[in-house]
Design a protein. Structure first.
Length: 592
């Protein structure tokens, strides 16, 4: 439902109020169709003033009507009830963006109507208040989706959207890390989702949540319109009951476009609670219209309204959760490739840090892209090679042994990759060769310029060339360095992860060198060693000082023994304060 850009403002003036038609002068007057629709609702001697006005002028029009007397003022949208969305065209990525654009547009259009009602001090449903208070979440999430959505679409995007939509429907929009992981665990393998598809899923899930919020906003906006229309009819029925013409007014009510909707009837009855003379006829009209007792219908509508509020709260809460979700943990729980690589016989892969594991997975992804094997098949091939060689899987993914894995999986290695590997294998030779070649070329240019300037003597030209070699070699080195940096980005070094503490078989000793210069320097170094322990309290981590005497003309100096004893006693004191013998001292005697 797209909210109309213009609103219909109506004022029903009681008898004796003059000529209210002039009150709305300057606005678009009510056309013949509107007069024919709402004119029959006038009671004897009542007058009707109406105009179609832009959204921003609604309050001004309503103020003018109220200042002209004591009319009953109503603002109607005259929009159609929400309709199912049409079919989408284009590739999968374009369809996803179209869903996002359409959902965001419909959401804001529906919220615009709710804002108008709020400015006019009309009663809003609980869901409407949530929509208005949290609408910024739709804006920020839509912007993040557009910014992070990959430029090249995935063949599985349509399937990802179906999975996301099903998850939102199944959980009523209440997404948690647990049900998200369970959903991907169930749908990952049978759907053939790649690792890139898994990383894309949180964005697609946000699109599905925005679409759900759009649907809720459209329903809420339509309900608000029914509420406004019910207010008009409640006023007309109450006035007709006082004039004794309620039956005639109910005849006009049958032609009201909102009459078939139960929500309209229930709103009408609720607003007539204080008008007993109009309530009973309206209730009979409702029972005749909907065929029977109204109690189940009222219960159903209240339940639906409560459910809509819960769905709204869930969807906004899920957008917040997805905004701060550490999806990497969920990815590693559900990824088939991750599960296979963790079977590393060397036990290195599961104990490496996330960046190293991610590097390994990217290599698996690249090999699968250029081979007939799927990503899990490539991962299992790496594990098989590790078993055969007695090594570990990272050896066949992050080192030169990757060639064995590519041979095992019949990979067609791209030419660019082959070129980069060749450059890295002969990096030193190529580096200095390029510098030498560039320097030689520049030197030839310098000699040629000198020759053109009139220097014809061979010895002089040779001297010019030799003198130019020093600055030219520096220039050539800068050029080669810039080329290397731009064409060969640095690779991350594989690392182990000790987030959960250092295991016994990876016990580490941190040794800090120092010079025994004076007692203050010794005390300062001991304090820094203690700070290192306090900042790194892991049980399998030791700290040591590597102490050297300063230079001296002799093998020993009278002050040496006192300084050595001070540092030795300092280590003893540290070990006394911190049990476990965590501190050690290494000392080298002075030699010639």
């Amino acid at each position: 439902m797209r909210s109309a850009s213009r609103r219909l403002v109506l004022g029903f003036f009681p008898p004796g109020t003059g000529h209210p038609e002039s009150v709305l002068r300057g606005f678009s007057p009510a056309d013949r169709r509107i007069k024919s629709r709402y004119g029959p609702l006038l009671l004897p001697e009542e007058r009707l003033a109406g105009a179609r006005v832009a959204r921003e002028n609604v309050q001004e029009a309503a103020r003018r009507l109220r200042d002209a007397g004591s009319p009953s003022v109503f603002v109607l949208y005259e929009a159609e009830p929400p309709q199912p969305a049409g079919e989408l065209r284009g590739d999968a990525r374009q369809q996803l963006l179209t869903r996002l654009d359409r959902g965001e547009r419909n959401f804001h259009d529906a919220c615009a109507g709710l804002e108008d009602a709020l400015r006019l001090h009309h009663t809003l449903a609980a869901a409407a208040e949530w929509l208005l208070d949290n609408s910024y979440l739709v804006v920020t999430n839509a912007a993040e989706i557009r910014r992070n959505l990959p430029k090249h679409h995935s063949a599985a995007e349509a399937r990802l959207y179906d999975i996301a939509r099903a998850l939102v429907e199944r959980t009523d929009g209440a997404i948690t890390p647990e049900n998200l992981a369970e959903c991907l665990r169930e749908d990952h393998e049978p759907s053939g989702l790649t690792m890139a598809d898994l990383w894309l899923f949180p964005l697609v899930l946000r699109v599905a949540l925005i679409e759900r919020l759009s649907d809720i906003a459209r329903e809420t906006g339509w309900s608000q319109q029914l509420h406004e229309t019910a207010s008009l009819w409640a006023d007309r029925l109450a006035a007709a009951a006082r004039a004794g013409t309620v039956d005639a007014m109910l005849t006009h009510l049958d032609a009201e476009p909102a009459a078939p909707f139960p929500h309209f009837g229930i709103e009408l009855l609720e607003q007539l609670q204080d008008e007993e003379s109009a309530l009973a006829p309206a209730q009979r009209w409702m029972e005749r219209r909907f065929g029977g007792s109204l109690a189940p219908l009222v219960q159903q509508e209240h339940t639906h309204e409560a459910a809509r509020r819960v769905s709204t709260v869930n969807a906004f809460g899920s957008l917040r959760i997805l905004g701060r979700l550490e999806f990497a943990e969920i990815f590693e729980q559900v990824s088939r490739v991750e599960a296979d690589l963790r079977k590393d016989p060397g036990g290195i892969y599961p104990r490496s840090d996330f960046d190293t594991r991610d590097q390994c997975r990217h290599v698996v992804e690249q090999i699968a892209r250029h081979s007939p094997s799927s990503e899990p098949e490539v991962a299992r091939a790496a594990v098989r090679l590790a078993w055969r060689s007695g090594g570990h899987v990272a050896q066949f993914l992050l080192s030169s042994s990757i060639a064995e894995l590519e041979k095992e999986t019949a990979t067609r290695v791209p030419v660019r990759t082959k070129l980069v590997r060749a450059v890295r294998r002969h990096a030193t030779l190529l580096y200095f060769s390029l510098i030498f070649a560039l320097t030689a070329c520049f030197a030839v240019v310098v000699i040629a310029l000198a020759h053109e300037a009139g220097a014809r003597n061979i010895a002089a030209l040779a001297i010019y060339g030799i003198l130019a070699l020093f600055p030219l070699s520096e220039l050539a080195m800068q050029i080669v360095n810039a080329l290397v940096i731009s064409m060969l980005p640095p690779a991350k070094l594989p690392k182990m992860s000790f987030r959960d503490g250092i295991p016994e078989d990876q016990a580490t000793l941190v040794v800090v060198p120092m010079m025994l210069t004076n007692p203050d320097a010794v005390r300062h170094e001991l304090e820094k060693l203690e700070i290192r322990l306090l900042a790194n309290p892991e049980s399998n981590l030791w700290f040591g000082l590597l102490a050297d005497f300063t230079d001296c003309a002799h093998a020993s100096d009278p002050a040496d023994e006192a300084l050595l004893e001070a540092v030795r006693q300092g280590i003893v004191d540290l070990n006394r304060r911190y049990p476990g013998e965590r501190f050690v001292l290494f000392h080298r005697q002075r030699v010639w």
